[in-house]
Design a binder for this molecule. Structure first.
Ligand code: SF4
Length: 313
């Protein structure tokens, strides 16, 4: 039913990125691993993948690459989807990298996916609260030696991005297993302005003209939503997420005897808006009914995507 399905693996993350608060839940992740809630949740995700058969599966965390058995777990989900985006921060030690449990990973379906916070030591240090830049770069280079597909997303929010892309291509020397795209990210609520986004994108495209860099997708994630809402002036009713079931996103809510997940149908609902699914009690059918009820359409008046670019229409 849903074109995309997003799951959140219960595995602590070693990164401390400034724009992400998920690592603050690490103690909770550990407790969920200890009390068996994590296993129930991962088993539920497998049921949901079999039930909805999305075209694309997005796997975030925590840090999914650090999960024991991640390769085998992905192999159980792969038959039901065409592609799996497996997100990683590349923030772990070299010895941890050597011990990643990638056996049985279905690399014909999996794309190693990463959102780049900055590829300049000073900016990186600030954005990650001091994770060593050289370790990060080594992890990218070492894991990129494999012929797996990789997808790197550059965050469009600063003027130095063209220089960072140049540094990245010089350092990593990406080949045709790499795909690149541009992204707005949730570190600019309050609005960075469409003119800055367009200006940055223009500079990136200009910079890339002089580089041997294939496979850059210069569309922004969420751009079709912005166009529908702003450029064509139809407001939320024109939003693609409301036209058809594009995405089902699960995120952890609470553990306990019947762990609960939050779920939503677009990435841009206000942060306090979601439905709740009680594992072991609710039926998968309730998710379909929630989508079809359209109750969530009222949340679009506080669409976060518009917040990112407000004040500059
Ligand atoms: S909050 Fe509503 S209008 Fe905004 S992207 Fe989501 S579904 Fe579309």
């Amino acid at each position: 039913m849903f074109e995309g399905l997003r799951i959140q693996i219960v595995e602590p993350c070693r990164a401390r990125c400034r724009w992400c608060g998920t690592w603050k839940r690490n103690p909770k992740f550990l407790k969920m691993k200890e009390d068996g809630a994590a296993e129930k949740i991962h088993s539920f995700y497998a049921d949901a993948v079999r039930h909805f058969k999305p075209r694309v599966l997005y796997v975030s965390g925590g840090e999914p690459l650090l999960m024991e058995g991640i390769g085998s777990y992905m192999a159980t989900l792969a038959p039901y989807v065409s592609k799996i985006h497996l997100f990683t921060s590349f923030q772990f030690s070299a010895s941890t990298r050597e011990r990643l449990d990638l056996e049985h990973m279905p690399w014909d379906k999996v794309v190693l996916t990463h959102t780049m916070a900055g590829f300049e030591p000073g900016r990186w240090d600030y954005m990650t609260r001091g994770f060593p830049f050289d370790v990060y770069v080594d992890n990218i280079r070492e894991l990129s030696r494999h012929p797996w597909r990789k997808h790197f997303k550059f965050i469009v929010n600063n003027d130095t991005l063209p220089d960072e892309i140049r540094r990245f291509t010089d350092t990593v020397q990406p080949d045709d297993t790499f795909h690149f795209s541009l992204k707005l990210v949730n570190d600019h609520p309050g609005g960075i302005g469409r003119s800055l986004i367009e200006d940055t994108r223009h500079k990136i495209i200009q910079a890339l003209n002089g580089l041997d860099m294939e496979g850059l997708d210069t569309r922004l994630t969420g751009e079709e939503v912005l166009r529908a809402q702003m450029n064509e002036g139809d407001g939320p009713s024109a939003c693609p997420y409301r036209q058809e079931p594009k995405e089902l996103r699960f995120a952890l809510y609470t553990s306990g005897r019947a762990p609960k997940l939050k779920y939503r149908f677009c990435p841009h609902f206000p942060s306090n808006k979601h439905f709740i699914f009680k594992i072991g009690r609710d039926e998968m059918q309730t998710i379909r009914e929630s989508f079809q009820s359209r109750r969530w359409h009222s949340w679009c008046s506080s669409c976060r995507l518009l917040e990112y670019v407000e004040g500059d229409s």
